[in-house]
Design a protein around this ligand. Structure first.
Ligand SMILES: Cc1cc2nc3c(=O)[nH]c(=O)nc-3n(C[C@H](O)[C@H](O)[C@H](O)COP(=O)(O)OP(=O)(O)OC[C@H]3O[C@@H](n4cnc5c(N)ncnc54)[C@H](O)[C@@H]3O)c2cc1C
Length: 428
């Protein structure tokens, strides 16, 4: 049994935990960063697109040093049916003004944790925190196997499951409605092949999101991100959907890869990594108390993820929440008050920042996305309209509007479409 004491113990060296540890260590606090994996990132999965703003705030121009893959210059959202893909494709130099990058988490997480170490944090890998140690209702440390480790404050950054808070009764069990299951493969291909297939130049990359047949109409979507020497390809599907269908995620993945629009992109590639992970998607509806006496919850553990269909953001939220938690702890140390009130600055900072404001702005999205027409009927409707638009068969042509109205009528009617569109506009 060993006893050690720190200003702060951070549980989990993902983006949230390492950002928190980095910011506290830079301010001279004694910080222990615990990671259950053999190395940071070893157990982590992510689609792989990092919006750079929040990391740029704490490590300016981080991309000059960080192991980022490609700077995203091309965005595509695609409706998929069995045989057809209809895309909105945007390629712009302007994306470079607020750069976002594709990353591979095993490299990226290791780098960010190393930054925390360089700033003075102590990183301990291969150690799992099993539970919070409480005294008089206040968190005073963590129990790791037989070892007790003590700190003025614990920052819980252990990802979507948030086991520690669950075990301590601070948050309830996760509802299948509030989490999605994500699977991802990393498929190796030569760099010149990736550039040719995705129409890319230099170190730029592509980000593609897919709706429709890739999930067989289930609530969720697919993604492809290009890296330097590989492609990250995967699916994210609401967990509740799997309880109600016979579909298996592994089967959906195989079908997605065999789709005529996807197969040519990955042909000849070698799968070098496969991972599966939960994604908290319930937004404000699943958020636990963020602050308790001696405890702050950050990143996925706090449910800070935004999935709005054409964009998935978790890592920038994780990093910003880690930073906000760190500065709340720095202030609490100055005041020697680690109570809920003493740490309340964390909640206030999140409310003032994009983190809680974006989750509020998009708070209707989870409910909007429960509409299955978005994942089944509407991709089919878009397909029919676009295939008609570009088909010349020698019969007399009609003005565009007439066949489009006929398609809408056949696929559920104008009133239904208008209602759904209005809900979408309000949610997004
Ligand atoms: C398939 C998929 C695609 C995604 N795509 C994107 C995307 O493109 N862009 C984006 O921004 N976000 C994306 N996300 C979400 C993003 O990955 C997460 O929001 C982000 O990783 C959250 O960071 P975190 O540090 O809070 O948690 P995590 O990254 O989950 O890190 C938690 C860390 O805690 C460790 N840990 C857990 N329990 C313990 C314990 N008891 N003791 C010690 N250590 C512990 C874990 O090993 C891990 O290292 C995606 C997620 C998935 C699953």
């Amino acid at each position: 049994m060993s006893e050690e004491s720190f200003d702060a113990i951070v549980v989990g060296a993902g983006p949230a935990g390492s950002a928190a540890a980095y910011c506290m260590a830079k301010e001279g606090l004694e910080v222990l960063l615990i990671e259950r994996g053999t190395a940071p990132g070893a157990k982590n999965s992510s689609g792989g697109r990092l919006y750079g703003h929040s990391l740029n705030k704490i490590i300016p121009n981080f991309w000059k040093d960080a192991p980022v893959e490609c700077q995203v210059s091309r965005e595509t959202v695609t409706f998929l049916t069995g045989e057809t893909a209809v895309s909105l494709d945007v390629k712009s130099q302007k994306f470079a003004d607020q750069p976002s990058f594709t990353v591979l988490r095993s490299k990226f997480d290791a780098w960010l944790a190393e930054k925390a170490e360089e700033a003075g944090a102590m990183l301990a890998c291969g150690i799992r925190a099993d539970e919070l140690i409480m005294k008089d209702g206040k968190v005073i440390g963590v129990l790791c196997g037989e070892d007790e480790m003590f700190a003025s404050v614990v920052i819980e950054a252990d990802g979507a499951n948030a086991w520690l808070a669950q075990k301590a009764g601070i948050r309830g069990e996760l509802s299948p409605k509030h989490v999605a299951t994500g699977v991802k493969e990393v498929i190796e291909l030569p760099p010149n092949v990736i550039k040719d297939r995705f129409n890319l130049t230099g170190d730029t990359g592509a980000a593609q999101l897919f709706v429709g047949e890739c999930t067989r109409g289930l609530q969720g979507g697919g993604f492809i991100y290009t890296n330097k020497e590989s492609i990250s390809l995967g699916l994210v599907v609401t967990t509740e959907e799997f309880l109600q269908t016979e579909h298996k995620l592994a089967d959906l993945m195989e079908d997605f890869k065999m789709h005529p629009a996807i197969q040519p992109l990955i042909e000849g590639g070698k799968v070098v990594e496969y991972s599966a992970h939960l994604v908290p998607e319930g937004g404000l509806g699943m958020m636990p108390p963020l602050v308790s006496d001696g405890l702050l919850i950050v990143g996925d553990a706090a449910g800070l993820v935004l999935n709005i269909g054409y964009m998935v953001r978790g890592m920038d939220f994780a990093i910003a929440s880690g930073e906000a938690a760190a500065y709340a702890v720095v202030t609490a140390k100055k005041l020697e008050d680690y109570s809920k009130q003493g740490l309340a600055l964390y909640q206030t900072a999140l409310e003032k920042s994009f983190v809680l404001q974006d989750l509020k702005t998009y708070s209707k999205v989870p409910e909007f996305l429960e509409n299955h027409r978005i994942f089944g009927k509407y991709p089919a409707l878009v397909e029919e309209m676009m295939v008609n638009l570009f088909t010349v068969d020698g019969t007399p042509a009609q003005h565009v509007l007439k066949p489009m109205m006929a398609t809408i009528k056949r696929r559920g009617g104008f009133v239904q479409l208008a209602k759904d569109a209005w809900k979408g506009v309000r949610a997004l």
